[in-house]
Design a protein around this ligand. Structure first.
Ligand SMILES: NC(=O)c1ccc[n+]([C@@H]2O[C@H](COP(=O)([O-])OP(=O)(O)OC[C@H]3O[C@@H](n4cnc5c(N)ncnc54)[C@H](OP(=O)(O)O)[C@@H]3O)[C@@H](O)[C@H]2O)c1
Length: 286
């Protein structure tokens, strides 16, 4: 039997990527994509009505407040979307026996670790965005057993605004760039993350809980920009700086240990460079 899957926040980069890939899974999944204009997840009445009138087997929550710097001055809005609305989602999922696949972030950690973070390592967000996302995780754990919380990092895609696209466009216009070396993490392609989410659904995985998912390997923002520059033959356009001031603090080290996800899918994850190459190839042919 086909699974009926609700995708919230369908106009975001992850939502758009899932929509693009959805035809590959059409045999086993009926998707219902809703953008913010069709479903504001903070509107509890609309949420309840949508769940009541559909029988979703899964809800993939791609809706989120994602502006990390702005969240410092808009903490209430971030908490409303990333935590209070997520609690509501979890409660509706519980009522209608829907499995919630929720996307969380490496920013729930403080970045002081010297080795990749495990799923059960202590959390300690250092900015408002991370705090709001952690609260959302806590609500899900408290209200719903049938959940997957997927913590990911440094998402990019061919859609919307993201670091990889910005660097690609700037280098294409021969701009000179100075990029920070102070933060270490792992870039994650929305395509790789979407395929992991589809794996959970198609295989009806019942080992619920938290999963860390990124590409394999680690780099800095400067390392990522330099890799893109290498692909475009523009390495001399990219120089390094230790840090730039920003409104929100960011974890200095946010590499995620992805062994649990790898054991589930029984294969190694793509190396970050290989996945970046794919997106740069697509952007180059647009
Ligand atoms: N981007 C990253 O580097 C990164 C890293 C780690 C984890 N994550 C997590 O990954 C998930 C997907 O991120 P993304 O990069 O795809 O984010 P994104 O491109 O910013 O998309 C988020 C989407 O959520 C929508 N949205 C915001 N408030 C909403 C509301 N109240 N009701 C319904 N929709 C709402 C936004 O609508 P509008 O288009 O109208 O604004 C947007 O389309 C998020 O949970 C994020 O926290 C992201």
């Amino acid at each position: 039997m086909k699974s009926k899957v609700l995708v919230t926040g369908a106009n975001g980069q992850l939502g758009k990527t899932i929509r693009e890939l959805s035809t590959n899974f059409a045999k086993s999944i009926d998707f219902v994509f809703v953008e913010r204009s069709e479903l504001d997840i903070t509107n509890s009445k609309s949420l309840a009505l949508l769940f009541k009138t559909n029988h979703f087997n899964y809800c993939i929550n791609c809706a989120a407040y994602t502006n990390v710097d702005l969240a410092e001055s808009e903490i209430a809005a971030a908490i409303d979307i990333n935590a209070n609305a997520v609690k509501n989602l979890a409660e509706n999922c519980k009522t209608y026996n829907t499995t919630l696949i929720h996307i969380s972030t490496d920013y729930v950690f403080d970045g002081q670790s010297t080795r990749p973070y495990n799923e059960d390592d202590p959390t300690q967000p250092i900015n408002a965005y991370g705090t709001s996302k952690l609260l959302g995780e806590d609500y899900i754990r408290k209200h719903l057993d049938r959940h997957f919380i997927i913590r990911t990092s440094w998402l990019y895609s061919t859609f919307n605004k993201n670091f990889v696209k910005t660097i690609f466009n700037k280098l294409k216009n021969d701009k000179k760039l100075t990029i920070i070396t102070s933060q270490k993490g792992t870039p994650t392609s929305c395509v790789d993350l979407s395929n992991f989410i589809m794996f959970l659904i198609i295989n009806r995985v019942s080992n619920f809980g938290i999963y860390h998912f990124s590409a394999e390997g680690e780099t800095t923002w400067h390392g990522l920009a330099l890799h893109i520059a290498q692909l475009l033959g523009k390495t001399s356009n990219v120089s390094a700086i230790k840090d730039y001031p920003s409104k929100a603090k960011r974890p200095l080290y946010s590499v995620l240990n992805t062994k649990k996800a790898e054991q589930l899918i029984k294969k190694p994850l793509n190396n970050w460079k290989a996945s970046v190459d794919e997106v740069i190839k697509s952007l180059s042919t647009d």
